[in-house]
Design a protein around this ligand. Sequence first.
Ligand code: T1G
Length: 700
Amino acid sequence: MTGPVDYEIHGAVALIALNNPPVNALGIAVREGIAAAIDKAEADDNVKCIVLAGRNRCFCGGADITEFGKPRKEPSLSVLINRLEASEKPVVVAIHGTAVGGGCEISLGCHYRVGDKTARFGLPEINLGLLPGAGGTQRLPRLIGIAPALDIILGGEYVDAEKALELGFLDAIVPGDLIAGAIDFANGLIRDGKGPRRTAEMEIEKEGAQATLDEYKKKIAKRSRGLIAPARCIEAVEAAMSISVAEGMKLERKNFDELVQSDQSKAQRHLFFAERQAHKLPGVDKDTELRKIEQVAVIGCGTMGRGIAMSFASAGFAVTVLEQSHDALDNGLAAAKKTYEGSVKRGRITQEEADACMARFTGTVDYADLKDADIVIEAVFEDMTIKKQVFGQLDAVCKPGAILATNTSSLDVDEIANATSRPADVVGTHFFSPANIMKLMENVRGKATSPEVQATVMKLSKDIGKVGVMVGVCDGFVGNRMLYRYRSQAEFLLEEGALPEQIDKVIYDFGFPMGPFAMGDLAGLDVGYMVRKHRRENFPTNDRYSSTIADRIVEMGRHGQKNGMGWYKYAEGGRTPEPDPEIAKLVESVSAEMGITRRDVTDREIMERCMYTLINEGAKILEEGIATRPSDIDLVWVHGYGYPIGKGGPMFFADLTGVDKIHETMKRLHDAHGDLLRPAALLEELAMSGKSFADYQSKK
Ligand code: T1G
């Protein structure tokens, strides 16, 4: 059989093997190949059973995402799956690695499903702003029940082999060679005279289903605010309770066609490919040999240190945690244990998994215990002197080839590297708080950081389930540098006439989980106060503007949620921000002190000065080569700061809005509000040439 589908005969079993590396995506050539193979198997009287399998790294990564938005070519995946299911000869699918999206749906159209221990299945279309469009919303609930199906469809997570067996998705987990095992399974069907077992003919479990559906409608209204795909998923699953699979698939197709054209899905597909593009590093060959990372060490067991340590322990790494004292160590590890127990209570992990994670920690107060570490990540106080001392000690004790990483959020990685005799092994690995939850790992290459070290930390980010982005050194790197500019505008707007609650509402309505002032109260205002004070004392040329309002609030003893008052006030022990007349008075008095006549500020101006400033600063970051590509900046903001995924990140949002429109607005804002809003040269260049950020290719 030519093309991306192999066809072999094994006795009375026809083997159809997908062979379209890297992930056997179900593009038109593969679909045609499968259709031809089914024809062949059905026409051959000696064939009594069909096995569908995949070569390469996994069974199938789903429909070919690069085909979306282009004219659909027949046979469509739905037609093909219906063909498979209608076969009079039983069809067995053999799954290794992932069977996701269309890969899962084609498995549901088969009559039996076996997998090896690496088998995972899922319907992650929601992560692309879509819904399963080839029968998944109709067949999966019939096979495993409404609630587990909704968990999988709305969660977008993958289910491992054991769970798949438990749910009834898999009929068997095959030890040893999967293909041989699947052929044996097929021969068993022949021997036992078992024919097709069609999922579409199974009755859907209705007991309690409506209550489950109603509960999910409430859940996604909060969790997926502003996104349309989740509601379309539920609509299709709900329909499955009352109509046939064929009718249900028509509804799926209608919803799919609506979603695939939506900006939200284009944004989420953009982010999908962006995550993979981010691993392509300038000057680093894709086959660069990686350093072996088994022993991890983290210095500091405070909020950041223990969050980082937990990220590694949860991914199966042994972690040595070093603190200055046994008390600090014990407190830090106790806090980590408490966090794991919270996850157990919420049903996120089992008690056994929590215990296994805690068992991976080794505590120490002695640097000598770090001598075998493959990577050490420092997470001590954000002070250059302290960090240099730490790296000097690491340089003395760590083995040759160990990677020395700093979690600094803005300090100069080159300066830290130069405090060691091995700057090529020094890199920034900036995690975001809470580090065990936030997915972004902003990796910072120093001038001397070697290609192997860059490639290794990027691979490590993926190994611990994070989204890695490699950036260059500047004040604040990519994320925080853009954040400072945006925060400055928010504070200028306060001085000019707005109040925290108005600004926060605009940013919340834009799609962030909360606005900058509520976020500050959540993080703790005293932290920022200390950093600003430290910078004023150590960086006299500090060009990050921050209103005195922010300092006054802390000096009034208002630290945020942690003590019940900050930019907002909070009911006793509460977390809901309530506007506080005290803050309005403070803001107005600072405006008066500054000689500013307060004015009405529109929501539109707030959105433009905050959100377009992100774009403008991102353009400067690209000009300077600090970020390699616009989509890297999008990943930083989506995974580090909660930028709404339905807008794809600041640079993708700029393209959706129109770069020329952004540029025109920045020119107007610059004329009205001064130099910090001057349009970036790259923004001007793109606007003048009718180009978008998607067209941008780094000249560096
Ligand atoms: N289509 C096109 N390209 C894909 C792809 C896909 N579905 N999946 C991966 N790739 C590319 C990816 O861009 C990268 O390219 C390379 O393959 C390796 O990917 C009708 C509508 C399968 C678990 O959402 O989860 O089916 O950078 O680095 O770590 O209802 O890829 O090398 O040039 O991720 O081994 C639904 C997405 C589609 C699954 C493999 N499917 N993929 O992980 O490799 S919509 C998904 C993954 C659909 C139906 C609906 C993972 C993986 P490059 P990788 P990996």
